[in-house]
Design a protein around this ligand. Sequence first.
Ligand SMILES: NC(=O)c1ccc[n+]([C@@H]2O[C@H](COP(=O)([O-])OP(=O)(O)OC[C@H]3O[C@@H](n4cnc5c(N)ncnc54)[C@H](OP(=O)(O)O)[C@@H]3O)[C@@H](O)[C@H]2O)c1
Length: 363
Amino acid sequence: MQFMKDLLLGYKMKKIIQLGLGNIGIEVIRQFLKLDPVVKSDFKYKAVMDSKNCIFKKNCLDDKDLRKLIDLKLSGKLDMSKYQHEKKKLIDSFGRKTIIVDVTASDETYPVILECLKNSGSAVLANKKLLAGEQKRFDVLKNASDSFDRIKFECSVGAGLPIIYSLKSLIKTNDKIKEIRGCFSGTLGYVFSELENGKKFSEIVRKAKDLGYTEPDPREDLSGKDVARKALILARLSGKKLELSDVKIDNLVPEKLRKCTVEEFLNNLSDFDKVFEKRIWKALVKDKRMRYTALVSETRASAGVIKADKYSEIGSLKGTLNMCVIRTRRYDNPLIIQGPGAGVKVTADGVLRNILEFKTSRF
Ligand SMILES: NC(=O)c1ccc[n+]([C@@H]2O[C@H](COP(=O)([O-])OP(=O)(O)OC[C@H]3O[C@@H](n4cnc5c(N)ncnc54)[C@H](OP(=O)(O)O)[C@@H]3O)[C@@H](O)[C@H]2O)c1
Protein backbone atom coordinates (compact mmCIF):
# COMPACT_ATOMS: atom_id res chain seq x y z
CA MET A 1 0.00 0.00 0.00
CA GLN A 2 2.77 2.42 1.08
CA PHE A 3 4.71 1.39 -2.01
CA MET A 4 1.76 2.36 -4.23
CA LYS A 5 1.38 5.66 -2.36
CA ASP A 6 5.07 6.50 -2.80
CA LEU A 7 4.90 5.54 -6.43
CA LEU A 8 1.87 7.78 -6.97
CA LEU A 9 3.40 10.70 -5.02
CA GLY A 10 6.68 10.30 -6.86
CA TYR A 11 4.82 10.43 -10.13
CA LYS A 12 3.01 13.67 -9.22
CA MET A 13 5.92 15.35 -7.43
CA LYS A 14 7.29 18.58 -8.96
CA LYS A 15 10.99 19.21 -8.37
CA ILE A 16 11.99 22.81 -7.67
CA ILE A 17 15.41 24.09 -8.69
CA GLN A 18 15.96 27.59 -7.31
CA LEU A 19 18.55 29.97 -8.75
CA GLY A 20 19.31 32.71 -6.24
CA LEU A 21 19.53 32.74 -2.46
CA GLY A 22 19.40 36.46 -1.72
CA ASN A 23 16.63 38.53 -0.08
CA ILE A 24 13.83 37.06 -2.15
CA GLY A 25 15.29 33.55 -2.52
CA ILE A 26 15.62 33.05 1.25
CA GLU A 27 12.10 34.36 1.88
CA VAL A 28 10.62 32.05 -0.80
CA ILE A 29 12.12 29.04 1.00
CA ARG A 30 10.93 30.33 4.39
CA GLN A 31 7.38 30.71 3.10
CA PHE A 32 7.59 27.28 1.40
CA LEU A 33 8.56 25.68 4.72
CA LYS A 34 5.45 27.17 6.36
CA LEU A 35 3.01 25.84 3.74
CA ASP A 36 0.21 23.52 4.73
CA PRO A 37 1.61 19.95 4.38
CA VAL A 38 -1.18 19.02 1.95
CA VAL A 39 -0.33 21.95 -0.34
CA LYS A 40 3.38 21.24 0.00
CA SER A 41 3.10 17.51 -0.63
CA ASP A 42 3.30 17.83 -4.43
CA PHE A 43 6.58 19.80 -4.37
CA LYS A 44 10.16 19.13 -3.31
CA TYR A 45 13.28 21.24 -3.58
CA LYS A 46 15.84 19.37 -5.64
CA ALA A 47 18.53 22.06 -5.74
CA VAL A 48 19.36 25.60 -4.69
CA MET A 49 22.09 27.69 -6.32
CA ASP A 50 23.65 31.02 -5.61
CA SER A 51 26.40 32.62 -7.71
CA LYS A 52 29.03 30.18 -6.39
CA ASN A 53 27.31 27.09 -5.05
CA CYS A 54 25.00 24.41 -6.28
CA ILE A 55 23.39 22.45 -3.47
CA PHE A 56 21.80 19.38 -4.95
CA LYS A 57 20.47 16.14 -3.52
CA LYS A 58 19.35 13.33 -5.78
CA ASN A 59 16.48 12.45 -3.43
CA CYS A 60 15.68 16.12 -2.87
CA LEU A 61 16.35 18.47 0.02
CA ASP A 62 14.05 17.97 3.01
CA ASP A 63 12.84 20.71 5.38
CA LYS A 64 15.84 20.18 7.67
CA ASP A 65 18.28 20.60 4.74
CA LEU A 66 16.51 23.80 3.65
CA ARG A 67 16.61 25.31 7.15
CA LYS A 68 20.30 24.50 7.44
CA LEU A 69 20.95 26.02 4.04
CA ILE A 70 19.36 29.34 5.07
CA ASP A 71 21.30 29.39 8.36
CA LEU A 72 24.60 28.75 6.54
CA LYS A 73 23.88 31.39 3.91
CA LEU A 74 22.92 34.01 6.50
CA SER A 75 25.99 33.29 8.62
CA GLY A 76 28.24 33.54 5.54
CA LYS A 77 29.35 29.92 5.97
CA LEU A 78 27.78 28.48 2.84
CA ASP A 79 30.77 27.03 1.11
CA MET A 80 29.68 23.91 -0.60
CA SER A 81 31.84 24.29 -3.65
CA LYS A 82 32.36 20.50 -3.57
CA TYR A 83 28.83 20.28 -4.92
CA GLN A 84 29.73 22.40 -7.92
CA HIS A 85 30.46 19.39 -10.11
CA GLU A 86 26.87 18.25 -9.61
CA LYS A 87 25.58 21.11 -11.77
CA LYS A 88 26.00 19.16 -14.99
CA LYS A 89 24.22 16.12 -13.48
CA LEU A 90 21.43 18.42 -12.34
CA ILE A 91 20.93 19.90 -15.80
CA ASP A 92 20.89 16.39 -17.28
CA SER A 93 18.01 15.52 -14.94
CA PHE A 94 15.69 18.28 -16.25
CA GLY A 95 12.28 16.95 -17.25
CA ARG A 96 8.53 17.48 -17.25
CA LYS A 97 8.37 17.72 -13.45
CA THR A 98 11.14 20.32 -13.12
CA ILE A 99 10.25 23.87 -12.09
CA ILE A 100 13.18 26.25 -12.33
CA VAL A 101 12.80 29.37 -10.19
CA ASP A 102 14.93 32.42 -11.08
CA VAL A 103 15.26 34.84 -8.17
CA THR A 104 18.57 36.30 -9.33
CA ALA A 105 19.14 39.63 -11.06
CA SER A 106 21.47 38.03 -13.59
CA ASP A 107 21.08 37.35 -17.30
CA GLU A 108 23.52 34.43 -17.08
CA THR A 109 20.60 32.20 -16.06
CA TYR A 110 19.09 32.29 -19.56
CA PRO A 111 20.76 29.10 -20.96
CA VAL A 112 19.78 26.99 -17.92
CA ILE A 113 16.19 28.18 -18.07
CA LEU A 114 15.99 27.53 -21.78
CA GLU A 115 17.42 24.04 -21.28
CA CYS A 116 14.74 23.31 -18.67
CA LEU A 117 11.94 24.53 -20.98
CA LYS A 118 13.31 22.53 -23.92
CA ASN A 119 13.13 19.43 -21.71
CA SER A 120 9.41 20.08 -21.07
CA GLY A 121 10.04 21.72 -17.67
CA SER A 122 8.51 24.96 -16.34
CA ALA A 123 9.90 28.23 -15.00
CA VAL A 124 9.04 30.98 -12.53
CA LEU A 125 10.92 34.26 -12.97
CA ALA A 126 11.14 37.24 -10.64
CA ASN A 127 14.15 38.33 -12.69
CA LYS A 128 13.16 40.96 -15.29
CA LYS A 129 16.43 40.82 -17.21
CA LEU A 130 15.54 37.76 -19.31
CA LEU A 131 12.18 39.16 -20.41
CA ALA A 132 13.41 42.71 -21.01
CA GLY A 133 16.54 41.71 -22.95
CA GLU A 134 16.59 41.30 -26.71
CA GLN A 135 13.24 40.68 -28.41
CA LYS A 136 14.81 37.58 -29.98
CA ARG A 137 15.40 36.05 -26.53
CA PHE A 138 11.87 36.90 -25.43
CA ASP A 139 10.50 35.11 -28.52
CA VAL A 140 12.67 32.06 -27.88
CA LEU A 141 11.40 31.82 -24.29
CA LYS A 142 7.81 32.26 -25.48
CA ASN A 143 8.11 29.52 -28.10
CA ALA A 144 9.95 27.14 -25.78
CA SER A 145 7.23 27.48 -23.14
CA ASP A 146 4.13 26.98 -25.32
CA SER A 147 3.31 30.71 -25.43
CA PHE A 148 4.22 31.22 -21.76
CA ASP A 149 1.97 28.40 -20.51
CA ARG A 150 5.07 26.99 -18.80
CA ILE A 151 6.60 30.29 -17.64
CA LYS A 152 5.11 32.42 -14.87
CA PHE A 153 6.63 35.80 -14.18
CA GLU A 154 4.18 37.69 -11.98
CA CYS A 155 6.90 39.39 -9.92
CA SER A 156 8.67 40.93 -12.91
CA VAL A 157 6.12 43.80 -12.77
CA GLY A 158 4.47 45.08 -9.57
CA ALA A 159 5.91 42.32 -7.29
CA GLY A 160 3.07 40.08 -6.06
CA LEU A 161 0.23 42.14 -7.62
CA PRO A 162 -1.76 40.09 -10.17
CA ILE A 163 -0.85 42.28 -13.15
CA ILE A 164 0.74 39.69 -15.47
CA TYR A 165 -1.92 37.15 -14.49
CA SER A 166 -4.74 39.55 -15.44
CA LEU A 167 -3.09 40.56 -18.68
CA LYS A 168 -2.43 36.95 -19.72
CA SER A 169 -6.07 36.05 -18.95
CA LEU A 170 -7.43 39.00 -20.95
CA ILE A 171 -5.28 38.07 -23.93
CA LYS A 172 -6.21 34.39 -23.69
CA THR A 173 -9.91 35.22 -23.75
CA ASN A 174 -9.37 37.33 -26.86
CA ASP A 175 -9.85 40.79 -25.37
CA LYS A 176 -7.98 43.62 -27.10
CA ILE A 177 -5.55 45.62 -24.95
CA LYS A 178 -5.96 49.31 -25.78
CA GLU A 179 -3.80 50.94 -23.12
CA ILE A 180 -1.85 50.06 -19.99
CA ARG A 181 -0.81 52.91 -17.75
CA GLY A 182 0.88 52.29 -14.44
CA CYS A 183 3.06 53.46 -11.59
CA PHE A 184 5.56 50.65 -11.15
CA SER A 185 8.29 52.30 -9.11
CA GLY A 186 7.77 52.56 -5.38
CA THR A 187 10.91 54.72 -5.21
CA LEU A 188 9.66 57.27 -7.74
CA GLY A 189 6.21 57.23 -6.09
CA TYR A 190 7.88 58.07 -2.80
CA VAL A 191 9.98 60.85 -4.39
CA PHE A 192 6.96 62.62 -5.93
CA SER A 193 4.77 62.23 -2.81
CA GLU A 194 7.51 63.78 -0.68
CA LEU A 195 8.06 66.62 -3.18
CA GLU A 196 4.33 67.37 -2.86
CA ASN A 197 4.80 67.49 0.92
CA GLY A 198 7.31 70.30 0.41
CA LYS A 199 10.52 68.31 1.00
CA LYS A 200 13.71 68.97 -0.98
CA PHE A 201 14.61 66.62 -3.86
CA SER A 202 18.17 65.98 -2.62
CA GLU A 203 16.97 65.18 0.91
CA ILE A 204 14.23 62.86 -0.35
CA VAL A 205 16.67 60.87 -2.50
CA ARG A 206 19.14 60.53 0.37
CA LYS A 207 16.38 59.38 2.74
CA ALA A 208 14.99 56.92 0.16
CA LYS A 209 18.46 55.44 -0.14
CA ASP A 210 18.82 55.20 3.67
CA LEU A 211 15.41 53.51 3.93
CA GLY A 212 16.54 50.92 1.35
CA TYR A 213 13.88 52.01 -1.18
CA THR A 214 16.47 52.68 -3.90
CA GLU A 215 19.14 50.55 -5.53
CA PRO A 216 22.63 51.14 -4.02
CA ASP A 217 23.05 53.74 -6.79
CA PRO A 218 19.74 55.73 -6.72
CA ARG A 219 20.34 56.78 -10.32
CA GLU A 220 19.24 53.26 -11.34
CA ASP A 221 15.74 54.20 -10.15
CA LEU A 222 15.77 57.88 -11.14
CA SER A 223 16.92 57.07 -14.68
CA GLY A 224 13.52 55.43 -15.33
CA LYS A 225 15.20 52.40 -16.90
CA ASP A 226 13.64 49.96 -14.46
CA VAL A 227 10.14 51.32 -15.24
CA ALA A 228 10.99 51.18 -18.96
CA ARG A 229 11.90 47.46 -18.61
CA LYS A 230 8.51 46.83 -16.99
CA ALA A 231 6.75 48.77 -19.78
CA LEU A 232 8.66 46.66 -22.29
CA ILE A 233 7.56 43.38 -20.67
CA LEU A 234 3.90 44.50 -20.67
CA ALA A 235 4.16 45.72 -24.27
CA ARG A 236 5.70 42.44 -25.45
CA LEU A 237 3.11 40.43 -23.55
CA SER A 238 0.42 42.43 -25.38
CA GLY A 239 2.00 41.34 -28.66
CA LYS A 240 4.30 44.23 -29.60
CA LYS A 241 7.79 43.67 -30.97
CA LEU A 242 10.05 46.22 -29.31
CA GLU A 243 13.58 46.66 -27.98
CA LEU A 244 14.41 48.65 -24.84
CA SER A 245 15.89 51.34 -27.09
CA ASP A 246 12.40 51.83 -28.63
CA VAL A 247 10.93 52.77 -25.23
CA LYS A 248 11.04 56.53 -24.73
CA ILE A 249 12.49 57.21 -21.26
CA ASP A 250 12.32 60.37 -19.20
CA ASN A 251 15.61 60.34 -17.23
CA LEU A 252 15.30 62.28 -13.95
CA VAL A 253 19.04 62.27 -13.25
CA PRO A 254 20.43 65.73 -14.06
CA GLU A 255 22.73 65.40 -17.08
CA LYS A 256 25.72 66.80 -15.17
CA LEU A 257 25.47 64.04 -12.54
CA ARG A 258 25.10 60.99 -14.77
CA LYS A 259 28.74 59.93 -14.88
CA CYS A 260 30.16 60.79 -11.43
CA THR A 261 30.42 58.51 -8.38
CA VAL A 262 27.39 57.87 -6.15
CA GLU A 263 28.91 60.03 -3.41
CA GLU A 264 29.48 62.96 -5.80
CA PHE A 265 25.97 62.51 -7.16
CA LEU A 266 24.42 62.71 -3.68
CA ASN A 267 26.62 65.66 -2.63
CA ASN A 268 25.73 67.77 -5.67
CA LEU A 269 22.07 66.91 -6.00
CA SER A 270 20.96 69.94 -3.97
CA ASP A 271 21.98 72.18 -6.92
CA PHE A 272 18.82 70.84 -8.60
CA ASP A 273 16.34 71.18 -5.70
CA LYS A 274 14.89 74.41 -7.12
CA VAL A 275 14.28 72.83 -10.54
CA PHE A 276 12.17 70.05 -9.02
CA GLU A 277 10.43 72.43 -6.61
CA LYS A 278 9.37 74.62 -9.54
CA ARG A 279 8.10 71.64 -11.56
CA ILE A 280 6.07 70.26 -8.68
CA TRP A 281 4.48 73.63 -7.76
CA LYS A 282 3.57 74.36 -11.37
CA ALA A 283 1.56 71.13 -11.35
CA LEU A 284 0.09 71.58 -7.86
CA VAL A 285 -1.41 75.04 -8.56
CA LYS A 286 -3.29 73.50 -11.49
CA ASP A 287 -4.65 70.69 -9.28
CA LYS A 288 -2.35 68.24 -11.02
CA ARG A 289 -0.07 65.60 -9.55
CA MET A 290 3.26 64.65 -11.06
CA ARG A 291 3.58 60.86 -11.38
CA TYR A 292 6.24 58.71 -13.03
CA THR A 293 4.33 56.24 -15.18
CA ALA A 294 4.83 53.52 -17.74
CA LEU A 295 2.59 53.68 -20.78
CA VAL A 296 1.83 50.98 -23.30
CA SER A 297 -0.53 52.22 -25.99
CA GLU A 298 -1.52 50.64 -29.29
CA THR A 299 1.41 52.35 -30.97
CA ARG A 300 4.20 52.90 -28.43
CA ALA A 301 5.72 52.26 -25.00
CA SER A 302 7.25 54.91 -22.78
CA ALA A 303 8.34 55.70 -19.23
CA GLY A 304 8.11 59.23 -17.95
CA VAL A 305 6.52 61.96 -15.85
CA ILE A 306 2.89 62.89 -16.47
CA LYS A 307 0.70 65.53 -14.85
CA ALA A 308 -2.28 63.52 -13.64
CA ASP A 309 -5.53 65.07 -12.52
CA LYS A 310 -5.57 65.25 -8.69
CA TYR A 311 -8.74 63.11 -8.51
CA SER A 312 -7.79 60.55 -11.15
CA GLU A 313 -6.76 57.01 -10.15
CA ILE A 314 -3.07 57.70 -10.74
CA GLY A 315 -3.21 61.26 -9.35
CA SER A 316 -4.59 60.03 -6.05
CA LEU A 317 -1.95 57.31 -5.62
CA LYS A 318 0.36 58.03 -2.67
CA GLY A 319 3.83 56.97 -1.56
CA THR A 320 5.41 53.71 -2.60
CA LEU A 321 2.19 52.00 -3.79
CA ASN A 322 2.00 50.67 -7.35
CA MET A 323 -0.99 50.85 -9.67
CA CYS A 324 -1.82 49.40 -13.05
CA VAL A 325 -4.75 50.76 -15.08
CA ILE A 326 -5.70 48.48 -17.99
CA ARG A 327 -8.10 49.59 -20.73
CA THR A 328 -9.33 46.96 -23.15
CA ARG A 329 -12.19 46.49 -25.61
CA ARG A 330 -14.23 44.98 -22.74
CA TYR A 331 -12.83 47.12 -19.93
CA ASP A 332 -13.46 50.59 -21.35
CA ASN A 333 -14.12 51.47 -17.75
CA PRO A 334 -10.63 50.35 -16.74
CA LEU A 335 -9.49 47.38 -14.72
CA ILE A 336 -7.39 48.77 -11.86
CA ILE A 337 -4.90 46.80 -9.79
CA GLN A 338 -3.31 48.56 -6.82
CA GLY A 339 -1.11 47.65 -3.86
CA PRO A 340 2.47 47.28 -2.68
CA GLY A 341 4.66 46.73 -5.74
CA ALA A 342 7.90 45.91 -3.95
CA GLY A 343 9.11 44.32 -0.74
CA VAL A 344 10.61 41.00 0.19
CA LYS A 345 7.50 39.38 1.70
CA VAL A 346 5.01 40.26 -1.05
CA THR A 347 7.50 39.41 -3.80
CA ALA A 348 8.35 36.02 -2.28
CA ASP A 349 4.62 35.38 -1.87
CA GLY A 350 4.13 36.13 -5.58
CA VAL A 351 6.94 33.73 -6.54
CA LEU A 352 5.54 30.97 -4.34
CA ARG A 353 2.01 31.45 -5.74
CA ASN A 354 3.48 31.08 -9.24
CA ILE A 355 5.19 27.82 -8.19
CA LEU A 356 2.00 26.44 -6.65
CA GLU A 357 0.01 27.23 -9.79
CA PHE A 358 1.88 24.37 -11.45
CA LYS A 359 0.30 21.94 -8.96
CA THR A 360 -2.86 21.64 -11.01
CA SER A 361 -1.22 22.09 -14.39
CA ARG A 362 -1.04 19.23 -16.87
CA PHE A 363 2.76 19.61 -17.14
N1 LIG B 1 13.13 43.20 -3.78
C1 LIG B 1 11.97 43.38 -4.38
O1 LIG B 1 11.06 44.03 -3.85
C2 LIG B 1 11.72 42.78 -5.73
C3 LIG B 1 10.47 42.92 -6.34
C4 LIG B 1 10.25 42.32 -7.58
C5 LIG B 1 11.26 41.62 -8.20
N2 LIG B 1 12.50 41.53 -7.60
C6 LIG B 1 13.56 40.81 -8.33
O2 LIG B 1 13.91 39.63 -7.62
C7 LIG B 1 15.27 39.27 -7.96
C8 LIG B 1 16.04 38.96 -6.68
O3 LIG B 1 16.12 40.11 -5.87
P1 LIG B 1 16.95 40.06 -4.48
O4 LIG B 1 16.65 41.31 -3.79
O5 LIG B 1 16.71 38.76 -3.79
O6 LIG B 1 18.46 40.08 -5.04
P2 LIG B 1 19.80 39.68 -4.23
O7 LIG B 1 19.57 39.76 -2.76
O8 LIG B 1 20.88 40.45 -4.85
O9 LIG B 1 19.99 38.10 -4.57
C9 LIG B 1 20.38 37.64 -5.81
C10 LIG B 1 20.81 36.19 -5.66
O10 LIG B 1 21.12 35.68 -6.95
C11 LIG B 1 22.34 34.93 -6.87
N3 LIG B 1 22.94 34.81 -8.20
C12 LIG B 1 23.55 35.77 -8.95
N4 LIG B 1 23.96 35.27 -10.14
C13 LIG B 1 23.57 33.96 -10.13
C14 LIG B 1 23.70 32.89 -11.07
N5 LIG B 1 24.29 33.07 -12.25
N6 LIG B 1 23.21 31.66 -10.73
C15 LIG B 1 22.62 31.45 -9.53
N7 LIG B 1 22.46 32.44 -8.60
C16 LIG B 1 22.94 33.67 -8.90
C17 LIG B 1 23.16 35.70 -5.86
O11 LIG B 1 24.21 34.89 -5.40
P3 LIG B 1 25.23 35.36 -4.23
O12 LIG B 1 24.43 35.25 -2.97
O13 LIG B 1 26.33 34.36 -4.30
O14 LIG B 1 25.65 36.75 -4.58
C18 LIG B 1 22.08 36.00 -4.82
O15 LIG B 1 21.92 34.91 -3.97
C19 LIG B 1 15.84 40.46 -8.76
O16 LIG B 1 15.79 40.16 -10.13
C20 LIG B 1 14.87 41.60 -8.43
O17 LIG B 1 14.80 42.57 -9.46
C21 LIG B 1 12.74 42.07 -6.38
